[in-house]
Design a protein around this ligand. Structure first.
Ligand code: NAD
Ligand code: WQD
Length: 350
């Protein structure tokens, strides 16, 4: 099969490319404009898999370029995995138009090309943010969605709706939205991981970068929640487990087993973990004591969310192979790799 990965230079896209190359014979082509990544990712993918992936540096919001420079050149595409999006929740509140423009126009332009070039399968990166603040946990795919607080989150909810509506118009087209919970960790080799531009916002890169002295403030945002230790509960899931789910999702779509033209799956570990438990897991595997302060609650944070992942287990035959300790160990290994090569300027960040 020939698979197009958009956002292939990014965190989850690159791990998915590695999984595809390590476990299948599929050909992979990437589209990434490096707005939140850089071309070094493809060197790292090659180091791990021994294979070089071709990337087209195209902005998905430029329809004419996408059609002429990509789809008219790359024929017979069997599936698209669409990761490319902007994902910083806080920035999306400050610059909503940038997020709607990038995330929605990118998706719409891709679907116009799917229509024109008859691509049969499509996988969309969605997020647990579409569930909002829910009392009953864990959430299943039947838990009603709510309008997310941030423009970023809203692009995911609207993106799902656009894809669902589009799927109804094409009998030979099948699509899935995969709702990721909190992807964390790095490739177990420590050679590929998350490298956000600028200061990270997500807990695990904040933890690893503060342990390395790249940033000097680790703040726990709120200890007054109604949870076992007062800090919010999330569902942290190793990025390589998330990555492999895409390979299984492609198989599921190609096998003709999908009953409907469009469906959604939760991708979470099924276990809720507090912020302090994440910090403790990191301290145990790294043998480093973290210095952190306690601050007020962060705007927009929900108290508890974790997944019921039974549907992905039953229909995609997804298994979770990595623990929270594996996630911390690999994230730390990756951070140490970055520390080593930083002085040699082999990895560019920020
Ligand atoms: P990432 O920023 O590391 O990767 C996204 C990639 O897409 C980047 O390399 C970026 O350069 C590229 N890109 C963005 N806009 C583009 C455009 N218009 N044209 C071409 N390339 C473009 O993010 P990630 O963590 O790998 O996330 C991948 C997807 O998963 C995103 O859609 C994100 O919203 C979704 N998601 C992520 C998380 C998470 O916590 N990481 C959770 C839920 C959902
Ligand atoms: C986890 C917990 C913070 C940083 C975000 C998006 C969501 C999805 C996943 C894309 C929270 C606490 C964090 C810090 C802290 N992404 N924290 N100090 O907010 O669950 O989800 O990423 O779709 O849409 O909102 O992830 O890693 O930012 O935070 O105390 O410096 O860690 O308050 O409880 P979150 P996160």
């Amino acid at each position: 099969m020939k698979i197009v990965v958009t956002g292939g230079a990014g965190y989850i896209g690159s791990h998915t490319i590695i999984d595809i190359l390590e476990r299948t014979d599929h050909e992979v082509v990437s589209i990434d404009n490096f707005s939140n990544s850089n071309e070094d990712t493809f060197d790292r993918i090659e180091e791990i898999t021994g294979k070089r992936v071709k990337n087209y540096n195209i902005d998905l919001t430029a329809y004419k370029t996408l059609k002429e420079e990509f789809f008219e050149k790359e024929n017979d595409i069997d599936g698209i995995i669409h990761f490319a999006a902007l994902k910083a929740v806080g920035e999306s509140v400050e610059k909503p138009v940038k997020y709607y423009q990038n995330n929605l126009n990118g998706l719409i332009n891709l679907l116009k090309c799917v229509q024109k070039f008859d691509v049969p399968s499509f996988i969309f990166s969605s997020s647990c943010t579409v569930y909002g603040n829910v009392k009953v946990q864990p959430v299943t795919e039947d838990t009603p969605t709510q309008t997310p607080e941030s423009p970023y989150g809203y692009t995911k909810l609207v993106g799902e709706k656009i894809l669902s509506d589009f799927s109804k118009t094409k009998a030979a087209f099948h699509a899935l939205s995969l709702r990721y919970f909190n992807p964390v960790g790095a490739h177990m080799s420590g050679l590929n991981g998350e490298l956000p531009k600028g200061r990270p916002n997500n807990l695990v890169p904040v933890v690893t970068q503060s342990a390395s002295g790249w940033i000097d403030d680790l703040c726990v945002h709120g200890t007054d929640y109604e949870t076992r230790d007062g800090t919010p509960i999330r569902d942290y899931i190793h990025v390589s487990d998330i990555a492999h789910a895409h390979v299984l999702a492609l198989e599921y779509l190609q096998s003709g087993k999908a009953a409907a033209n469009y469906d959604v799956f939760n991708l979470g570990s099924g276990t809720g973990v507090t912020v302090l438990e994440v910090i403790q897991a990191f301290e145990e595997v790294s043998e480093i004591k973290l210095n952190y302060t306690v601050g007020p609650r962060r705007d927009g944070d929900v108290e508890i969310i974790y997944a019921n992942n039974q549907k992905a287990k039953d229909l995609l035959h997804w298994e979770i192979n990595h623990s929270i300790e594996d996630a911390m160990r690999s994230a730390w290994k990756w951070q140490q790799y970055l520390n080593e090569v930083k002085s040699g300027d082999k990895v560019h960040h920020g």
